[in-house]
Structures are given as structure tokens and as C-alpha cells.
Design a protein around this ligand. Structure first.
Ligand code: ADP
Ligand code: MG
Length: 642
């Protein structure tokens, strides 16, 4: 392998590389840097996420910039604000020994005037998101008519995000003679079109295989009932105590919901999606980078900018609609030479999607069983024991040793160990030791499914005796709104159709009672209906829909109005990542009430966002974080259950 010093870079840049701690060039750097330094050419470079593309174009660009001129000479387009800022920081670090080179980031969500002023002071390199760039061109705030270099970074993601037109517009404002360097993880049609239309017979370099996921990522899937996604997610987390993960959901609402549920259940989780303010997103991302958040629940768009190197797991809570998106998701792990795991929670009816992804990424998935309660218990037990073993003894404890010894006198070592471990492990064991097997093929047991642990409606094999399919293949539902809420059968039908976005004949046999109602749908829209009403609030109140067990429509077993009895009070709205100390089992029949809560903020006192409920975490018997075996302050990452 060629060392950095022999790629043709000038000494000051090699020195900056040394400062960064880069020892040897990555493959894309080794291939791209000499080419870009030698000739004024167009280049298409395909390399996976995390292979060091920024440096591959950053260093040659800096070397080619004329610092004595203040004209904008290089434009880097990047899909998101996050990436934009990151590239800017990197370029600034690369050029730390260069005099007079100025790099400015322009992106949406911040003052355009400030950015215009920075440009005016002279910026040879501009790093921009396409939207803001276009805006500033239109307002005459930036002049790119004399640039020599245009870099399209993460081109596939930019096009994925619908920036094709913007990019076209921006490029039309640049001179023909410029060199265009396109960097992308994959080469979908749209990227090929850009290369063909806007580049001059580009040289192409490919690192690894085209369109394949990074080789260091293992792909796994877990077949579960559609309604078990959440409990399965918890198991995946609990069976990986050191998890540091991004969890992808399809919608902003699911993203927010899953994050809130995780927070309520005591995980260090946070949400990242487009409905959050920029400020909230920044807070969440900062907490994630510092590993105060172990489970970041995100939408695809919001996660575009995530560039955190040691993500251990990507979890597809739901599969994306586009196969290409799966590639982007799994590329968040296995970065910078580390290995990672991409997990998919999938229903039986979605299995064919796995095949399609396998074909696309040219890699095989491993079918994994959902961990059983006992397996998780064992994992956690050994994790706890190892943690005890590795815990640095707190010097102050010594002072109390004589007193402690007095108390513990007469207890032999084995018993003592058992007791210590039980302090932390008992509650955990109690939760999981009788937990159900969630593997979907074992679930055809005909018992009434519990809330939150219901069967997957999409899987015909799962249809047990308890479901009411009305004899005609349709499903009958209970809903907790009725006449007293102002509905009659017609308006309820309209409400259902509009809310779930159904066709005009999808809802039938609507039967409105005083405080609740029943209705039927065809089985094929059942999942849509149940998903829509999973946590839907109308006028501040939960509208709850469940498959009815009672074909006649008595429904009294549902408790009349059937409101969910749980309080939603401030479960860290927005992108909150506080963990709530619940100190025990929640009532109200929520699917999450059956898990012991975990304290998690007690070792994050440095974060300045302790929840007011944290007082409980001092009580060693009640919370893990407050026990003598909670992590020492130095360790930033929380370890799973503890
Ligand atoms: P990409 O754009 O291909 O996804 P990045 O340019 O963001 O990848 O680099 C990923 C990570 O690898 C960054 O943290 C970067 O600092 C680091 N990195 C890049 N090149 C090297 C290198 N030659 N040696 C060590 N680390 C590197
Ligand atoms: Mg990059």
C-alpha cells in the first residue's frame, strides 16, 4: 500500500494527515488522490459509506486551490446539513497548515444572511446543500460562475432525496471547463444520468464491488408477528447489552412513538425525524455522538447525515419501501473498517422482500431466531458478572469496608456472589423468565393474544381461533368511540376511511353504540387499520381499535369506552432522550408495562438533563444505575440493561 507521503500530496497536507491520525490511505484515497492531483479530469468514484471519501476529494481539492485568490474555486454539494457541516470541519482540519484557504458551509435552517456574509469575506471552498445553494444563487449571494471544481458528494443520497432538479440548476451556473468529481456509494440510474449529462468522459474508480453493502456488515432477519415488532426490538437490544444503534422506522410518527416507548421503558433512546426543530435534532445528535443515547430511532431522511463511526447495529424496525434505502441504512454500521450488524424485523408475509434485497446487495441474510427470555437472561447475567469484574473499585468504599463486613458476616463467598448478582438481576430475570417465545412460527396457539403481543395480521398462517374473521374472511373490530362522541354509522365510516386512507368499500357492518362501536374490514387492510390506530389521538384522546373477539358486538369485556389507561404526560416529547425512572411496573395494559424499568440517567449527570424523576435512581434496590455496580463515570456508554 502506498503511504500518504507518496500520493503526490504536499508536505503540509501530509502533516495534517499525520495530525488526524490517518496512518495509511484507504483504497478510495489511494486510487483517487493521485488521479485528481495529476490531471484536470472528471471522476466518478464509487465507494461504500465509511471508506474515507471526504479525504479522497478533500486533499486534492485543497492542493489545487489557489489561496492567493479569494474567488470561490471549489463547490462541494452534499445531501444534508449534517454532512455539509461535517465535510466543512474535515476540510478545515485538512487545511490547517494552509494559509488563506477559507471553507464555508451553507445549508438550510440557519441564517442565510450570515452565510452570505461569510461568502463575501472570500471562500475558496463552499460546501453546500443543494436547496440552500440554489436559493443563494437565485438571490445573487454566491457566485459559482468561476469555479474550477465541483464535487458531488454522496450523489446517490442527494438524488434519493429528490435533488436532481436542484443539482441540474446549480450545475448550469458553473463553467463548462470545471472538473466534476462525483462520489457515491452506489450507482443507481439517476447517478448514471448525472454522470452522463454533466460530466466529460469521466474516469471511473470502484472500490469493492458495485452496489454491494460493505463487506463488514452482517445482515440478519428476525421473523415476528407484525404486532410484536416492539417487544422484538427490546429483545434485540437486551441481548446486545453494548448496543449502539440506529433504529429505522418508516414514518415520523412511528419513529417518535418507538423512541418514546423505549425511553419509557428505560432505554437510552432518542428520536430523529423531520418534525423536530433543528435545535432538537442537534441535541439528539450530540447526545448520540457522546453515546448518551444508545438507541437512535430515525427516519431515513433524518438519518441521512448520521456519520458516527462505531454504530454496532442498524435495526430495521420496518423494512423500507425502496431496496436502495436498505443499503443506505445498513451502511450506517460497519464503518471505518469496523464490523456491524444490520437486523431486520420482518413478518412472514414480507419474506420475499428479503430475497429482493439479497439480490440487490449480493449478500445473504442470516435467518435468526428471536432470542428467548432465557437466552437474554443468560447474556445479561454474564454481562453483569463481567461488569462487576471490570469495575474499578471506588476508593471511598474502603472506609466502609469494616462496617460492610460486619453486616455481611457469616455469608460465604458463593452465597454473597449470588446475592450481589441477584440485586441487579432479579427483576430482570422475573421479567424474562416466563416470557413468551416471539418467533412467529410458534405462535399459532389459539389463545387470546395480549395487547402488544398480538398476532401478525399479515400472516395467514397465524390466524388462530381467537380472531374473528366474521365467517366471510373479513375482520371485525372494536373502537372506543361511539354516539356520545357524535358519531353515527355514516360519519364513523367516513372517519375510518379518511384516517386510514381506505377505499369506499373497505369498511362495512358499522355498528355504533353509546360509547363504542364495531365495524368490519377485509383482512387485507387489517394491518393498515391496526397500525393507524396503534397510538392515534383525536382531540387529545386515544382512539383505540382492536380486533373484536365478539362477533355479536357485546364488547363489554373491553371495558366500555376502553380508553387506554396510560398516561402520556410528557414522555420526553420532541426528540427527548431522557429516560424516565418509573421505579416499577406500569399499569394500564400497555404492552410495555411488563418490563422492569431501568434507570439510565443516573450515570449521565454530566449531560445536564436529568429527569426530575431521577431521584429513584439513588435507591440501589430499585434501579440499576444507582447500584454500587453502575458504570463508573469514565465509561460513557451505558451497558444494556444495567
Ligand atoms: P465516507 O464519506 O466514505 O462515508 P468519510 O470520509 O466520512 O467516509 O470517513 C469515514 C471515517 O473514516 C471518518 O471518521 C474519517 O475521519 C475516517 N478516515 C478517513 N480516511 C481515513 C484513513 N486513511 N485512516 C483512518 N481513518 C480514516
Ligand atoms: Mg461521505
Amino acid at each position: 500500500m502506498t503511504p500518504f507521503s507518496e500520493l503526490g500530496l504536499k508536505e503540509s497536507l501530509v502533516k495534517a494527515i499525520e495530525d488526524l491520525g490517518f496512518e495509511t490511505p484507504s483504497e478510495v484515497q489511494e486510487k483517487a488522490i493521485p488521479i485528481l492531483l495529476a490531471d484536470h479530469i472528471d471522476l466518478v468514484a464509487l465507494a461504500q459509506t465509511g471508506t474515507g471519501k471526504t479525504a479522497a476529494f478533500g486533499f486534492p481539492l485543497i492542493q489545487r486551490i489557489d489561496p492567493s485568490s479569494r474567488t470561490t474555486q471549489g463547490l462541494i454539494l452534499s445531501p444534508t446539513r449534517e454532512l455539509c457541516l461535517q465535510i466543512t470541519k474535515e476540510i478545515q482540519a485538512y487545511s490547517k497548515y494552509e494559509r488563506g484557504i477559507n471553507t464555508v458551509a451553507i445549508y438550510g435552517g440557519a441564517s442565510i444572511q450570515d452565510q452570505a456574509r461569510q461568502i463575501q469575506r472570500g471562500a475558496q471552498i463552499v460546501v453546500a446543500t443543494p436547496g440552500r445553494m440554489k436559493d443563494m444563487i437565485n438571490r445573487g449571494m454566491v457566485d459559482i460562475s468561476k469555479i474550477d471544481y465541483c464535487i458531488l458528494d454522496e450523489a446517490d443520497e442527494m438524488l434519493n432525496m429528490g435533488f436532481f432538479e436542484d443539482i441540474k440548476d446549480i450545475l448550469s451556473n458553473t463553467p463548462k471547463e470545471k472538473a466534476t468529481w462525483l462520489f457515491s456509494a452506489t450507482m443507481p440510474k439517476e447517478v448514471a444520468i448525472i454522470a452522463k449529462k454533466f460530466m466529460n468522459s469521466p474516469q471511473e474508480i470502484t472500490v469493492g464491488t458495485k452496489n454491494s453493502g460493505a463487506t463488514t456488515v452482517q445482515h440478519e432477519y428476525y421473523v415476528a408477528g407484525g404486532r410484536d415488532r416492539y417487544p422484538v426490538l427490546k429483545r434485540l437490544a437486551d441481548t446486545n447489552p453494548n448496543i449502539f444503534s440506529v433504529i429505522f422506522c418508516r414514518t415520523k410518527r412511528d419513529t417518535q412513538k418507538v423512541a418514546e416507548n423505549l425511553i419509557e421503558d428505560g432505554y437510552n433512546a432518542g428520536a430523529l425525524h423531520g418534525d423536530l426543530s433543528q435545535n432538537q435534532r442537534d441535541l439528539v445528535m450530540n447526545a448520540f455522538r457522546k453515546k448518551q443515547i444508545q438507541m437512535l430511532v430515525a427516519t431515513d431522511v433524518a438519518a441521512r447525515g448520521i456519520d458516527v463511526d462505531d454504530i454496532t447495529h442498524v435495526i430495521n424496525y420496518q423494512l423500507p419501501d425502496e431496496i436502495e434505502t436498505y443499503n443506505h441504512r445498513s451502511g450506517r454500521t460497519g464503518r471505518a473498517g469496523k464490523s456491524g450488524t444490520s437486523m431486520v424485523i420482518i413478518t412472514r408475509s414480507e419474506m420475499r422482500k428479503i430475497k429482493a434485497i439479497e439480490n440487490k446487495i449480493q449478500k445473504k441474510f442470516i435467518a435468526k431466531p428471536i432470542p428467548t427470555g432465557i437466552e437474554i437472561c443468560e447474556t445479561q447475567l454474564y454481562h453483569l458478572v463481567n461488569k462487576i469484574k471490570d469495575t474499578e473499585v471506588n476508593a471511598d468504599v474502603e472506609n466502609y469496608l469494616p462496617a460492610i463486613n460486619d453486616i455481611l458476616e457469616g455469608i460465604d463467598k458463593d452465597t454473597l456472589v449470588q446475592k450481589i448478582v441477584s440485586v441487579e438481576f432479579g427483576r430482570f430475570f422475573n421479567y424474562y423468565n416466563k416470557a413468551k417465545d416471539l418467533n412467529s412460527n410458534d405462535r399459532d396457539r389459539g389463545e387470546r393474544p395480549e395487547r402488544g403481543e398480538r398476532r401478525d395480521s399479515g400472516d395467514s398462517r397465524d390466524r388462530g381461533a381467537s380472531r374473528n374473521y366474521g365467517g366471510d374472511g373479513s375482520t371485525r373490530y372494536f373502537i372506543n368511540i361511539g354516539e356520545k362522541d357524535g358519531y353515527d354509522w355514516m360519519s364513523l365510516k367516513d372517519f375510518l376511511r379518511d384516517t386510514v386512507n381506505l377505499g369506499k368499500d373497505d369498511i362495512f357492518k358499522v355498528d355504533v353504540k353509546e360509547s363504542f362501536s364495531f365495524f368490519n374490514s377485509e383482512a387485507n387492510v387489517e394491518e393498515a387499520i391496526l397500525n393507524t390506530f396503534k397510538d392515534l389521538k383525536v382531540d387529545g384522546r386515544f382512539v383505540n381499535v382492536e380486533v373484536s373477539n365478539n362477533p355479536i358486538g357485546g364488547g363489554s369485556s373491553r371495558g366500555g369506552g376502553g380508553f387506554k389507561g396510560r398516561s402520556k404526560g410528557g414522555s420526553g416529547g420532541g426528540g427527548g432522550f431522557r429516560s424516565k425512572e418509573r421505579g416499577g411496573y406500569k399499569g394500564g395494559g400497555s404492552s410495555r408495562s411488563d418490563r422492569p424499568s431501568r434507570s439510565s440517567s443516573s450515570d449521565r449527570s454530566d449531560s445536564g438533563r436529568r429527569s426530575s424523576g431521577d431521584g429513584g435512581s439513588r435507591d440501589g434496590g430499585k434501579s440499576f444505575g444507582g447500584s454500587p455496580f453502575s458504570e463508573n463515570k469514565k465509561s460513557k456508554r451505558r451497558n444494556g440493561f444495567m
